[in-house]
Structure formats: structure tokens, C-alpha cells
Design a protein around this ligand. Structure first.
Ligand SMILES: [Zn+2]
Length: 179
């Protein structure tokens, strides 16, 4: 796959940064070939195939920095899921002030960190660390399970009261140990 690629690609003759990403995975995306176009930052655009079957064009910088991890399907799934469990009364607790600035996957809860995918979840304005994973889908899966645990705790918020944070912390710790 990689040997044929370089000769067929536009050379970085005009000073752009060119890195051969052919066949490399970035979250759900696999880099197929450069389009020949350059982004504003001088990096090349790559045609990518998403795990869902869609194709999309992403600049190499967005791929390498983990800013784009799917054709958009991942973000759509996450948003659809979050709507199903956030009840009106619990919204204030779940909603942290804003998506953290260091978020690099475009999805709250999973971000690029030291070459790996860091999963974390917030509850009552606190952040809970869920681990660092080499595989994006694994980090996303852990985050999904954490969200389910958080939803359970939210359902019992009237009885748990202030103890909810401790209960969630313990369940998240068990989740972390199980993966
Ligand atoms: Zn997709």
C-alpha cells in the first residue's frame, strides 16, 4: 500500500509539508490518498474513508492532531445519544459550562493526548478521568459506558442527593478497572 503511494502523489515541491498518511488510521478515518489540494495552513488535503462507508476530505493537520476523527457520523451519534438521557431537570448538572478548549476530537469526552485518546466525563462540574487508549473506538466505548453510568446516577439523584458524586466516582472507578 505504502510503496506505490509516494510516486503517485504530488511532491512537496512547492514548500508544503507533505507526509505520507496512506493507509493510516485516525479514529474512524483511513487516509486513502492526497487530493492534491492544500489547506490554508499549507498541509495537504487527504481523501479519507470512514468506518461507516462514507468518504470525506480532511487536511493532514486535522488528522494528525486528532481534530477530525470521522466523516461526521461520530458526532451525530454522540449528539443523538445525549438527547436520549438528558432529562429536563438534570440538565444543569450534566451540562458543564462549555466544551473544554483542549477537546481535540470534536466530541466532548474524548480528546487526543500524547498520541493516545483520553476519555473523561464530567458530572456536577467535576471531571472524571476514564483512561488513555491507543484505540479511538475503545476510548469512545468507555466514554459511552461512563455516560450510561452517569445517566443511572442521574435517575437516582433524588435519593442519592449529595452522595451522587461519590457513587458515580466509585462506579467509574470500577468501569476503569474492568477495561
Ligand atoms: Zn462516518
Amino acid at each position: 500500500m505504502g510503496t506505490r503511494a509516494l510516486s503517485a502523489e504530488p511532491r512537496a515541491a512547492r514548500g508544503g509539508v507533505f507526509r505520507d498518511l496512506t493507509g493510516r488510521r485516525f479514529g474512524r478515518l483511513t487516509a486513502v490518498r492526497p487530493t492534491g489540494e492544500k489547506a490554508a495552513d499549507g498541509c495537504y488535503y487527504w481523501l479519507c474513508r470512514c468506518a461507516c462507508g462514507e468518504e470525506t476530505v480532511v487536511s493532514s493537520s486535522k488528522l494528525l492532531q486528532g481534530k477530525t476523527v470521522s466523516c461526521g457520523c461520530y458526532g451525530r451519534e454522540r449528539r443523538a445519544e445525549s438527547r436520549t438521557y438528558v432529562g429536563g431537570t438534570c440538565l444543569e448538572i450534566v451540562r458543564s459550562p462549555r466544551t473544554p478548549k483542549n477537546n481535540t476530537s470534536g466530541v466532548k469526552g474524548v480528546s487526543r493526548s500524547r498520541g493516545m485518546w483520553l476519555a473523561k466525563i464530567s458530572f456536577a462540574r467535576r471531571q472524571f478521568f476514564l483512561g488513555r487508549y491507543r484505540d479511538f473506538e475503545k476510548a469512545a466505548a468507555v466514554h459511552r459506558r461512563a455516560e450510561a453510568l452517569r445517566a443511572e446516577v442521574l435517575e437516582q439523584i433524588d435519593t442519592l442527593g449529595d452522595g451522587a458524586v461519590a457513587v458515580l466516582a466509585q462506579r467509574l472507578e470500577e468501569l476503569r478497572r474492568s477495561v
